[in-house]
Design a protein around this ligand. Sequence first.
Ligand code: C5P
Length: 223
Amino acid sequence: SKTLVVTLDGPAGSGKSTLAKKLADALNFQFLDTGATYRAVTFECMHRGVNLDDTEAVKGVASSITITFSDGGQRVLIDGVDRSREIRTREVTNSISKVANKPEIREILVTLQRKIASTGQFVTEGRDQGTVCFPDALWKFYIVASPQLRAERRLAQMIQQGLPVPAEGLPAILQDVIRRDEADMSRAVGPLRKAEDAIEVSTDGQTEAESLNHLVELVHQRA
Ligand code: C5P
């Protein structure tokens, strides 16, 4: 039988984060941002001066910290301290692949994600949710958008969240986005990829409301 979870996977900036939050609200489900768990481990390692190439040390951090969510899944706490902002800096973002590439870390974080999602009905969002974390999910979506649009969204997000914007502007962000796609798609364990039974949804040329309505309809079709 299928797991009553909705998974949204896709590349950075595809709009899946916003969509996942709004979809969760529309369905009266909870929301789980799994990227935040990889961000939390990366941030905490950098904060403690742990070398991200030292798998044992990173594993030590991942297995000893407590990652919790509050405010409907919007805020991320590490050992009870709100790090929602710190985990989204460009420095953390550009170092995540070193953490996310390690199978040992993925195992720890996938276990945590399953545990959190077992506490209620969830919309989960990430890269491997439909393929690895919840292969039996009843609803799976793969959200895509053009790299240009994704870079523009990232820039708008940085400005909105008051994060420092690279001096080189959009071209630098576009390069970050493309580099991260490559890293996400080429890792051996838990790569970014559409699950065979996932429905692909493009947000290109769609308003947020249009994409959301489309997803809500698709979920109701299989309820
Ligand atoms: O979704 P977000 O951009 O916050 O994810 C940050 C990074 O965390 C991704 O680029 C990816 O490397 C990693 N990640 C992952 N598996 C997930 C979610 C995120 O490897 N399920």
